[in-house]
Design a protein around this ligand. Structure first.
Ligand SMILES: CCCCCCCCCC(=O)SCCNC(=O)CCNC(=O)[C@H](O)C(C)(C)COP(=O)(O)OP(=O)(O)OC[C@H]1O[C@@H](n2cnc3c(N)ncnc32)[C@H](O)[C@@H]1OP(=O)(O)O
Length: 201
């Protein structure tokens, strides 16, 4: 295995939780299973309604620290003729995985995302995604996701493993372009303000 996929100590794969990792805990105020989470930020490429070429991913809370989502591939998402671009599919996995943090009420960003592309995904197909947090160790959250085509029980087309790292709001306010930060902070809808910064856009 290459050094890019193993830890500095012990040769453990970087996406394998350490021995002292704990079970993820669903926040008591997390939305009930089946509840749509809605866009966390209107301009988010993954879920925002104001991104004409975005994925418009519709994520729902699942059981425990788990979510499900659907993404329908549109012509703007092509890589090869008639087929979804791999980076777009990785974005759909990333967005679905990122939504897990909302169920934990933790602000976290993607540190590492490893994707497997198992089947081509045609334009017009709906990717049925599911993601689950598998472990937590300090600021690190470990999670996995998969996307099936032809229905929620169809064959797996893509899958991913990821590590999210907990951050403070200053991660966004200090690093984001000031005009978007100002606009997001001044939204009269305070729920939107909170959600824009609860998880990494
Ligand atoms: C309903 C809501 C829906 C929301 C959906 C949103 C989905 C979209 C999510 C995203 O795409 S977020 C945007 C993409 N990600 C970024 O822009 C993050 C850019 N990277 C950073 O800002 C920093 O590198 C990061 C915050 C991830 C880490 O920097 P820090 O200085 O805060 O932490 P540090 O480097 O000390 O790492 C903390 C721990 O994580 C580990 N770590 C960090 N990056 C890693 C990595 N890439 N691979 C493996 N481990 C990593 C690191 O080894 C360490 O482990 P230990 O605690 O055991 O020492």
């Amino acid at each position: 295995m290459s050094s890019a996929t193993t830890s500095a100590s012990g040769g453990r794969p970087v996406l394998a939780p350490p021995p002292d990792a704990t079970e993820p805990v669903r926040h008591p105020d997390a939305p009930a299973p089946g509840t749509p989470l809605g866009p966390h930020y209107d301009q988010c490429f993954g879920c925002g309604d104001d991104q004409p070429y975005g994925l418009h991913l519709a994520v729902r809370a699942g059981e425990g620290v788990g979510v499900t989502a659907e993404f329908t591939v549109r012509p703007a998402h092509q890589g090869a003729p008639g087929l979804a671009h791999g980076g777009v599919l990785a974005s759909a996995l990333d967005e679905t995985l990122g939504s897990l943090n909302w169920l934990r009420r933790v602000i976290a960003v993607t540190g590492r995302l490893e994707s497997d592309f198992l089947r081509p995904v045609p334009v017009g197909a709906t990717l049925h995604l599911s993601a689950r947090c598998t472990a937590v160790a300090g600021r690190k959250m470990y999670a996995s996701a998969e996307g099936r085509i032809g229905g929620p029980q169809g064959p797996v087309a893509v899958r991913a493993q990821a590590l999210f790292v907990e951050v403070g709001v200053s991660h966004f306010t200090s690093n984001g372009r000031p005009e978007e930060i100002r606009a997001a902070m001044s939204d009269p809808d305070q729920v939107k303000v909170v959600r824009a910064f609860e998880v990494g856009p």
